[in-house]
Design a protein around this ligand. Sequence first.
Ligand code: KIV
Ligand code: ZN
Length: 524
Amino acid sequence: MTTDIPADQSRVLIFDTTLRDGEQSPGATMTHDEKLEIAELLDDMGVDIIEAGFPIASEGDFRAVSEIAQRSKQSVICGLARAQLPDIDRCMEAVKHAAQPRIHTFIGTSPLHRAIPNLTMDEMADRIHETVSHARNICDNVQWSPMDATRTEWDYLCRVIEIAIKAGATTINIPDTVGYTAPRESADLIRRLIETVPGADDIVFATHCHNDLGMATANSLAAVEAGARQIECTINGLGERAGNTALEEVVMAMRVRNDIMPFSTQIDTKKIMHISRRVSTVSGFQVQPNKAIVGKNAFAHESGIHQDGMLKNAETFEIMRPEDVGLAGTSLPLGKHSGRAALRAKLKELGTEVGDNQLKDIFVRFKDLADRKKEVYDDDILALVSATTEGGDAISLVNLRVVCGTGGPAEAQIELEIDGTDSTATCEGDGPVDAAFKAIRELHPNKAQLQLYQVNAVTEGTDAQATVSVRLEEDGMIATGQSADTDTVVASALAYIQALNRLVVRRAKVGPGADKREISYKEL
Ligand code: KIV
Ligand code: ZN
């Protein structure tokens, strides 16, 4: 029998589902190329299993999982499938090119979830036997999940897990689908399952927690202490509602508190910051400043007492070193005299590789920014990277002027280059951003709905850059744009234009509606 149990009992497998459970979060949709990039970063950072998508959900998901499988290096590549034979076959079709493929099949086992397909307990048990056996016949590595396990009756949970193990599942995942459980319960559940279910010693138990009550990290770690040896998680805790367990939190907790949690992973923690920033950029979900490990303020020490203590001994207020998660220690800001070579070196230091065209673009923006801002910090540079995209854009901003103030609507006059031709429009709006967006829409008519508009200051001070994220939805296709500028209205217009450019590219690649997700994983 194939088993995933690592010989080392202290080893915890990291199963990343940023590209499946994370990407499923409304608005977090990533493009095909972005998914490939994130999968490569996950593989490089030492993630054991990458859940790359839900192949039956859409053509786009299938293509992404299949290409990620083909490009995979060390990670196991997993696809999700409902408890239906065509789903499982489609999943195998997508992951089969991976050196190490895995099928993850699931069904909701709690009373509420059983009511959806309207199956009796016995009928569901039969379905589990049939689908897991089928998955195991076509793939050596099969994970099975009783969705909403934490609200499933104890006896029934034991019964269906035993069936899945007998049918050949090599990993049993225990999802806390609605983020309802608490740490002690999470530990008890895993411990009792291991003690009770026949065959439990031959498989790996996994924990999959959602963060609705803010306990996902604590619940996952409690499950590991009780015997689970796989944690399912996402970068930045991305995921539906309050998200999933954050990879960076569980990995760093087991590392920093190894004295009381003597477990190990093979994650290269120095790669955490870079992947966190990339996931934030491509998903359009900004990381809250006080987020553990990867928030902008996680290693910032503002107060006088803290700064004094830090200068004397960093350990006074720091339980881990910024370098351990890939934050460059004290690095010098660039200024207006810095050249292209310094910019390239800085990008390399920040873990970002860009092509020559993108570097040219970033350099122009950097010079422009350095003229307006005394010192350009690492975060400013990263914001510029997010604001530029490789390749020629159909729409670009040539000029923008706004008139606004009290006592009347704002007015924006905008000049765009669209497919090589310049045109100008002037519109009024409810504030300067609204006026600018209306003017863009006048020059490039579209039906895209604005789903998200978010502004954040990148660094401190009145000359700080604003990073603006825009998410547009048109015909079921979602595109995000992100831009940065010391002028918030300019950053907003650039982000809006970037999202429109992405919609144009996606429409041309896949045709209207082709990349829409046709099925939700919750449907049966
Ligand atoms: O939260 C959940 O139950 C899931 C399953 C599909 C594993 O994501
Ligand atoms: Zn989930």
